[in-house]
Design a protein around this ligand. Structure first.
Ligand code: B12
Length: 451
């Protein structure tokens, strides 16, 4: 009797959107699962539709999209028709990622796996999920398609009715996927992680990429705050950290193994545990790792002490973004109280004393929260600029299950409750006469003016 074949195909789907930019975007959850499955003896085949270095692009003589020296950049894209719920939006709509013929060609190069695992990012990116599942079902009609990730977790019912997947997993996938595969194939897991101890998880499987020019790192899962607009508590059952030594060792290995110079942190709360933050930053310093570090996901200002700011500057944090969201004291309290203006000012002073120059520090401002007026955003932009930071306007994307969701549904002119495409931040889902799309354009222009 031959041994059972143990092949899986893992896929990061296309993105359909008005805009998408590779701000160090990798499907980290899927890469974590890939590493765990490899440890359990599975052979992993992998297609990342968003891989700008995918060999299929060269075969089709498609030039690599423009990248910056720090490896941010554009994805390959093709314009497509707007889906009907977005018809009224005066912007072009694209499919980002591999041309469909390249994807189908890649599928043909594999023989049927035991299961196909598909991840999902933003809730409003589900069309890419649908298209991938349609294509894999054409190629391998009998192979079960398993869907997980943010869309699957936050819009489970919608995914059940619309994705085409045979199985849908909500939340952390590690144990679920091993158990599901056991049920489907009879192959029992040999290496189970302990999800109360993140140090038992293997490092994300970046080796699946033929070429990689940055790595994304997660030092923790979840967040101790419960901000009303944020999905973190829905995606993570608790806030849990890795050991700083393990993180440092992992980054050092990536720099040597893949030759990467850019590391982006994906944490929701990177600095929130002060002792951890100091240990991590000192560890990076002592190890002599030479890389640029990026925090595209926003840091908690309260934690940017003088010491933390100096260490960040010393070890090479090149992208520093603080999450302020609003300078309105009332709204800061009403949305979760993660920061106030004095704490933000202090963080800015600490960062500037540490050597950051004005404009080098970005600050996220939320625009278009339910009932939020243009003046509040304007004031926040002015405040951020006066503190020496560069404002980044992030249009609010309403997320089902969050505390702010009902208010968002009530105030939105769009049918948010039935159509996840309408969660797209670009359409300004909660626009109203107090803050219109035209207002937003004016606010963006204002935010671009830096002293
Ligand atoms: C990193 C990040 C980004 C990165 C890129 C992410 C990417 N890969 O594309 C950047 C900085 C670019 C980004 C941008 C934005 N983001 Co963002 N981002 C995140 C963040 C912090 C982490 C995602 C992550 O990788 N987590 C770590 C991994 C390990 O977790 P995971 O992917 O969930 O995987 C686990 C499970 O889901 C599951 N799983 C995953 N895949 C699969 C597959 C199978 C088969 C199975 C079984 C299980 C499974 O198992 C995994 C391991 O346990 C999340 C918040 C969060 N905590 O998740 C927000 C989040 C996804 N972002 C969000 C938002 C709002 C945005 C922006 C719109 C912000 C703005 N207004 O500008 C932009 C939009 C970008 C665009 N249009 O291009 C929202 C979601 C909005 C929505 N409606 O879906 C989130 C949830 C944050 C929030 N505040 O609530 N983001």
């Amino acid at each position: 009797m031959g041994r059972k074949r143990k092949d899986l195909l893992l896929i990061n789907p296309w993105v359909y959107d008005f805009a998408a930019y590779d701000l160090w975007a990798k499907p980290l959850g899927l890469l974590y699962l890939a590493a765990l499955l490899e440890n359990n003896g599975w052979t992993i085949h992998y297609i990342d539709c968003l891989d700008v270095h995918h060999p299929a692009l060269k075969t089709l003589s498609i030039k690599e999209p423009k990248r910056r020296p720090d490896h941010r950049g554009h994805f390959y894209r093709e314009e497509v028709d707007k889906p009907s719920p977005l018809q009224g939006i005066p912007r072009r709509f694209y499919r980002f990622g591999l041309p469909p013929e390249a994807f189908r060609e890649a599928l043909r190069s594999f023989s049927a796996p035991q299961a196909i695992l598909i991840t999902s990012g933003m809730t409003y990116w589900y069309r890419g999920v649908q298209d991938v599942i349609t294509a894999v079902k054409e190629a391998f009609p009998k192979v079960p398609a398993i869907l997980g990730g943010n869309y699957a977790t936050l819009c489970t019912e919608h995914a059940e009715g619309n994705s085409g997947a045979d199985f849908i997993c909500r939340g952390w996938g590690e144990i679920q996927v091993l158990e599901l595969l056991e049920g489907l194939t009879g192959i029992a897991p040999s290496a189970l992680p302990d999800l109360n101890n993140l140090d038992t998880l293997p490092s994300p499987a970046y080796g699946l990429y033929p070429h990689i020019d940055y790595c994304c790192c997660l030092t923790s899962r979840g967040c101790p705050f419960q901000c009303t607009y944020c999905a973190s508590p829905l995606l993570n059952p608790r806030f849990i950290k890795r050991s700083p030594a393990q993180v440092v060792e992992e980054i050092a290995r990536w720099v040597v193994e893949y030759g990467v110079e850019d590391i982006a942190f994906y944490d929701d709360a990177l600095l929130i545990d002060h002792q951890f933050a100091i240990a991590l930053l000192q560890g990076i310093g002592v190890s002599g790792i030479k890389a640029r570090f990026h925090a595209p996901n926003g840091l908690h200002s309260r934690e940017v002490t003088d010491e933390v700011a100096h260490l960040m500057h010393q070890v090479g944090f090149a992208t520093v973004r603080l999450g302020l969201e609003t300078s309105s004291h009332e709204r800061q309290l009403a949305t979760g109280g993660k920061v106030n203006n004095e704490e933000f000012q202090l963080a800015m002073q600490n960062l500037q004393r540490a050597g950051y120059v004005p404009g080098e520090i970005g600050t996220y401002i939320l625009a278009g929260l339910p009932g939020q007026e243009r003046e509040e955003v304007e004031e926040t932009i002015r405040f951020v600029q006066a503190c020496g930071a560069r404002p980044y306007l992030a249009e609010y994307s309403p997320i089902p299950g969050t505390s702010l969701w009902e208010a968002a549904v009530q105030c939105s002119p769009f049918d948010l409750a039935h159509e996840p495409l309408l969660h797209n931040n670009t359409i300004l889902p909660c626009q109203w006469e107090g803050l219109t799309r035209a207002d937003l354009q004016a606010l963006k222009a204002m935010a671009r003016i830096t002293e």
